[in-house]
Ligand binder design. Structure first.
Ligand SMILES: [Mg+2]
Length: 156
């Protein structure tokens, strides 16, 4: 029987360094800054090829190798950027191959996901109301992947 814990991973700010990609975009196209600075999610192709967050790829590997967790993606795809869902799916495949094949939830209602843990850098899109444990990435308690992996590997 599978007694692994179900663990969801948010993308932007957890696996994906979207912020760096946005800043690089504004450096390359400074005239777009006034258009998009408040709505960077709407920049064309912004979700297609951002760099990973430091340590994220290795962390997923370690969590998988522990045998303790069944890993899923839980990400909101901005409604106003209709390419974002497919670009996020392409990003996942580029960095993880087939590992997350058919294990990706695109939703603005993370509170409706059933599971044990959600690693998310924000409380929006239902993350703050997730019914398992919300591991709030980037906070003092969980500042980076090293701390999060150590915490999770020490859970029963
Ligand atoms: Mg996020």
């Amino acid at each position: 029987m599978n007694n692994k814990k179900v663990l969801y991973l948010d993308m932007d700010g957890v696996l994906v360094d979207l912020e760096t990609n946005i800043q690089n975009h504004f450096k390359e196209y400074p005239y777009q800054k006034h258009l998009y600075k408040n709505f960077p999610d709407l920049i064309n192709n912004i979700f297609l090829d951002p760099p990973p967050v430091e340590g994220a790829i290795e962390a997923v590997k370690k969590l998988e190798e522990s045998g303790k967790y069944d890993l899923f993606i839980a990400t909101a795809a901005p409604w106003g950027n209709h390419q974002s869902g497919s670009h996020k799916r392409i990003w996942i495949e580029k960095h993880f191959g087939k590992f997350f094949k058919k294990k990706m939830f695109i939703t603005h209602r993370k509170d409706m996901l059933m599971g044990d843990y959600l690693i998310d850098d924000r409380t929006t899109n239902g993350a703050g109301e997730f019914r398992g444990e919300h591991i709030h990435f980037g906070t003092e308690k969980f500042p980076n992947w090293n701390v999060v992996v150590e915490y999770l590997l020490n859970q029963n």
